[in-house]
Design a protein around this ligand. Sequence first.
Ligand SMILES: [Zn+2]
Length: 265
Amino acid sequence: MPRPPLLLQYHRISGRFHLSGDTVPPGLFRRHLAQLRAWGYRLATPEDWRLAKNGRFLPAVAYLTFDDGFECVYHLARPAMAKFGGVGAVFLPTAFLGRPNTWDASFGVRFRHLTPNQIRELHHHGWIVGSHGHTHRDLTRLPDPEVLEELQTSARILAQILGTPPDTLAYPFGHWHPRLFPLLRQAGFRLAFAGPRGLPQHPLALPRWGVYLPDLTLFAKIDPALRPLERLRLRSINAFATLSSWAMHRWPWLAWVSRMERPEP
Ligand SMILES: [Zn+2]
């Protein structure tokens, strides 16, 4: 089987039950890591990530990314991946550090975001810590000055925590547009991850394979024959996530129904 570089997009690792398909239980996550090894993949090391930032993604290497920066990345993903000799990348909406995910459609069950201390420790372990915008808004729907504000605010906060400015980003909802590229560069970003519909080889819109609760195996993301169908499935999941989050902002009573606070302005 050919082993092209594999870019995976996770959100949460948790055993808590709630109505969201983007949470993978810890046991399943460990099974994914074992599957990757069995298929001849190894997890990216800090050196692999350094090469990736220069545009070189290596075959037979799995690059695991975690959007939204929940505490489970520190408590579950980091130790599990360390056993397999690798590190991942985590992307944070910086307005919510150390706080619950009030911006998200999580239907009554909240998850806490990483604290500055946990972020610092991940960074020291060789993890990539990047931006996921400041307030997790869809950048493609904002005018240029607001995009720049989101990017620069989040970069400034991460620079204060890490002691070095971030150069990596994951687009909120995976949504990108070429219009955003110069703004990303202006804010100091040189590697940016999209959802399933990215531009292969383009450092500012790298496509990733999303991993969700029903993914008992990662095989569909690796087998060339299954990949087109998988891409279609991921697009529909992504569309639903975008729709529910958009609805939360549009109709605040939905947030109340799901017992959440409104996101801060
Ligand atoms: Zn997100």
